[in-house]
Design a protein around this ligand. Structure first.
Ligand SMILES: NC(=O)C1=CN([C@@H]2O[C@H](COP(=O)(O)OP(=O)(O)OC[C@H]3O[C@@H](n4cnc5c(N)ncnc54)[C@H](O)[C@@H]3O)[C@@H](O)[C@H]2O)[C@H](O)CC1
Ligand SMILES: [K+]
Length: 514
C-alpha cells in the first residue's frame, strides 16, 4: 500500500494525527512542517502561475478559527518573508490557541489584517484556510457571505486541505463552499475529495505528504485499508503482464461477449474493440445473425456467432457452436446494445456458473426481473457496471450521493462487485472493499465509451479470473486503463475529440507508459 492509495474520513484523519501527537510530535511543529510544504509547493507553482498571472504577487489569506486557519497563517508568514504582498482576512471572534498565537505574530510583522470584506485590498491569489476537516456543520451568515464574496472575485484560490465548506467525507457542500483552483490535500486523501459532487469545487488536487508513519495509518485503517484510490501500483500487479514466453491463445482467456441488436450494431463493435485491446487470447461474440457480417468486418480475429433473432432484431436464442456451451468460456460480458427484448438470454447467463459482467440493457433487464432475487442465485463472480441511471433502476432505495456507501450497499445486497460509473468511478466488493478511480476526463462522457469499458473489462477478467486475483482489483484496473486512455486521447485531441472508436485506439498507448 502507498500513501497515494489511502483515503480517510475526518474521524480517521483525526485519529491518525492524534497518534502522531501522542507519540510526541508537537501540534505546532506539525503545523510548521505542513505549512512549510504548502509554501514550497505554492512557490514552485508560482513559477508556472507567473506565466498566467504576471502582475504582482499580492496574496489574500483567508483565516478560519481552527488549525486550518493556523496552517494559513504560517503560510502567510512564510510568503511574507519570501516577498509576497500578503494581507489577512480573519472575521472570527474566537480562535484556537495555536491559531491565535500565529495571528498575533502575523500582526506583529505588520501584515495587514481585516475583519470586514469591504475593506479588503485587491490581490492576485487567495489562500483558503477557513475550514479543513474540522468543519462540523453548515456554514451560515458572515462566513457564508464571505465565501460567496470570494467566489465572486474570480481570483485563483488555493485551498488548504479541503475547499472550505465541503464535507470531508461525502464531499457535500455545507451551505456554501469555496470554488478552489487548486487544493493542497494534507497528509492523506480525504474521502470527500473523491466524491463526484465535490469535483467542481476542488480544482486541481495535490497531496502534500507530511511523512505520516505507515504504522499510524495501519493502526487506524487496518493492515489493508478498505477504501483506496486506484493507482498504477494496483494496475501493474493486476495486468497479465509480462506474458509467459510459452503461453498460447487458449491460455490467454476465452471471452464470450453477448451484445448488439439490429438497432444497436455499433455497441457490439465497440464492445468487441474494447475486448480486443485487452489482449484476450480467444474472443467470441454472440450477436443477432443479421449483424454478423458487420462484426466480422470489424473484428476478423474474433469468432462471431450469428444467433436467431426476434422480429425486433434482438438475440432470441444463444446458438453456440457445436460441442460448446457457456462453460466453455472463462468469462462472459453481456449487455451493450442488447435491447430489453433479450431477457431470456440474460436469464440464461445469470443461471450459468461462468464469471459474468452485466452492463447496459442486461442491467435494465435484471432491474425488471428484480435485482436482488435474480442475482442472489449466483454463486460465482458477478460484476455490475451501471451508470447512475442504471444504478437507480437496479437499486431504487439506495441514495447515491455518497457513492462510496452506495456501491458498498449494492455490492453487499447482491453479492456482486459493483462499479458505479462517473467522473469518480467507485467500485465495491460484497465485503465493502472500495476502489475509487480518482483520475478521469469529461471526454469520456459520450455514447459508446461504456461499451468499450465492458469489452476491455471482460477481456481482462477472462485472462486473470483463474489466477489468484481479487475481482475488484481487475474491475478497478479496467476502469483505470479506460480513463487513462481517455485522458491521453483528450490531451492529443481535446475533450471533444474522444469518440468511443478513437478511445479504443488509445487503450494500448496507456500500457506503454506504465
Ligand atoms: N489536527 C491538527 O492539529 C492539525 C490539523 N491540521 C490542519 O487543521 C485542520 C483541522 O483543524 P481543526 O481545528 O480540527 O478544524 P478546522 O481548522 O477545519 O476548523 C474548524 C473550526 O471551525 C469551527 N467550525 C466548524 N464548523 C463551523 C461552521 N459551520 N461555522 C463556523 N465555525 C465552524 C470548529 O469549531 C473548528 O474550531 C486540518 O484541515 C488541517 O488544515 C494541520 O495540517 C496539522 C495539525
Ligand atoms: K480550507
Amino acid at each position: 500500500m502507498t500513501k497515494e492509495q489511502v483515503i480517510v474520513t475526518a474521524a480517521q484523519m483525526r485519529d491518525i494525527e492524534g497518534r502522531i501527537f501522542a507519540a510526541g510530535m508537537p501540534v505546532a511543529a506539525l503545523m510548521e512542517k505542513v505549512a512549510g510544504l504548502i509554501s514550497d509547493s505554492f512557490a514552485r507553482r508560482r513559477q508556472r502561475l507567473q506565466a498566467i498571472i504576471p502582475q504582482g504577487q499580492r496574496v489574500g489569506i483567508l483565516v478560519g478559527p481552527g488549525h486550518n486557519g493556523g496552517d494559513a497563517l504560517v503560510v502567510a508568514r512564510e510568503l511574507h518573508f519570501r516577498g509576497y504582498q500578503v494581507w489577512i482576512y480573519q472575521p472570527f471572534p474566537k480562535l484556537k490557541e495555536l491559531t491565535s498565537q500565529h495571528f498575533q505574530y502575523a500582526q506583529s510583522l505588520g501584515i495587514p489584517c481585516f475583519q470586514e470584506l469591504d475593506k479588503l485590498p485587491n490581490c492576485d491569489f487567495l489562500i483558503d484556510g477557513l475550514f479543513g476537516f474540522g468543519l462540523e456543520r453548515e456554514i451560515t451568515d458572515t462566513f457564508a457571505a464571505a465565501i460567496n464574496y470570494f467566489n465572486d472575485w474570480n481570483k485563483p484560490i488555493f485551498s488548504i486541505d479541503l475547499p472550505s465548506g465541503l464535507h470531508t467525507d461525502t464531499g457535500e457542500v455545507l451551505g456554501t463552499a469555496i470554488r478552489a483552483t487548486h487544493t493542497f490535500c494534507l497528509g492523506l486523501w480525504k474521502q470527500g475529495l473523491l466524491q463526484e459532487q465535490a469535483l467542481e469545487y476542488i480544482g486541481q488536487a495535490e497531496l502534500i505528504d507530511f511523512d505520516i508513519p505507515l504504522a499510524d495509518i495501519h493502526a487506524v485503517l487496518g493492515e489493508v485499508p478498505k477504501i483506496k484510490r486506484i493507482t498504477k501500483t494496483t494496475v501493474i500487479q493486476t495486468l497479465p503482464l509480462p506474458r509467459s514466453p510459452i503461453t498460447h491463445k487458449y491460455k490467454a482467456g476465452h471471452l464470450l461477449l453477448i451484445c448488439g441488436s439490429k438497432r444497436y450494431a455499433g455497441g457490439a463493435i465497440l464492445t468487441g474493440l474494447g475486448a480486443r485491446a485487452s489482449g484476450i487470447g480467444m474472443l467470441s461474440i454472440a450477436v443477432p445473425e443479421s449483424i454478423k457480417p458487420l462484426l466480422v468486418s470489424h473484428l476478423p480475429e474474433a469468432l462471431i456467432i450469428g444467433c436467431p433473432e426476434t422480429e425486433t432484431g434482438a438475440i432470441s436464442n444463444l446458438e453456440l457452436p457445436e460441442k460448446t456451451d457457456l462453460s466453455s468460456f472463462t468469462a462472459i460480458a453481456c449487455g451493450p446494445g442488447l435491447t430489453k427484448d433479450a431477457t431470456p438470454i440474460v436469464e440464461q447467463v445469470i443461471n450459468s456458473e461462468v464469471p459474468l459482467i452485466l452492463d447496459a440493457d442486461a442491467l435494465n433487464i435484471v432491474a425488471q426481473l428484480g435485482t436482488i432475487s435474480t442475482l442472489q442465485k449466483r454463486q460465482t463472480t458477478t460484476v455490475l457496471t451501471p451508470h447512475t441511471g442504471e444504478f437507480h433502476r437496479l437499486f431504487p432505495d439506495i441514495n447515491y450521493t455518497d457513492r462510496v456507501k452506495a456501491v458498498q450497499t449494492a455490492a453487499s445486497q447482491t453479492g456482486a462487485v459493483v462499479l458505479l460509473k462517473g467522473a469518480r468511478t467507485a467500485i465495491s466488493n460484497p465485503q465493502g472493499v472500495v476502489w475509487i478511480n480518482s483520475e478521469s476526463t469529461p471526454a469520456l462522457a459520450r455514447g459508446g465509451s461504456g461499451d468499450v469499458l465492458t469489452g476491455l473489462m471482460g477481456g481482462l477478467l477472462a485472462q486473470v479470473v483463474n489466477k489468484q486475483v481479487n475481482i475488484e482489483d481487475v474491475v478497478a484496473t479496467a476502469a483505470w486503463w479506460h480513463s487513462q486512455a481517455g485522458i491521453l486521447a483528450a490531451a492529443e485531441r481535446t475533450e471533444l475529440g474522444v469518440d468511443a472508436f478513437t478511445l479504443t485506439q488509445y487503450l494500448m498507448r496507456v500500457l506503454l507508459d506504465i
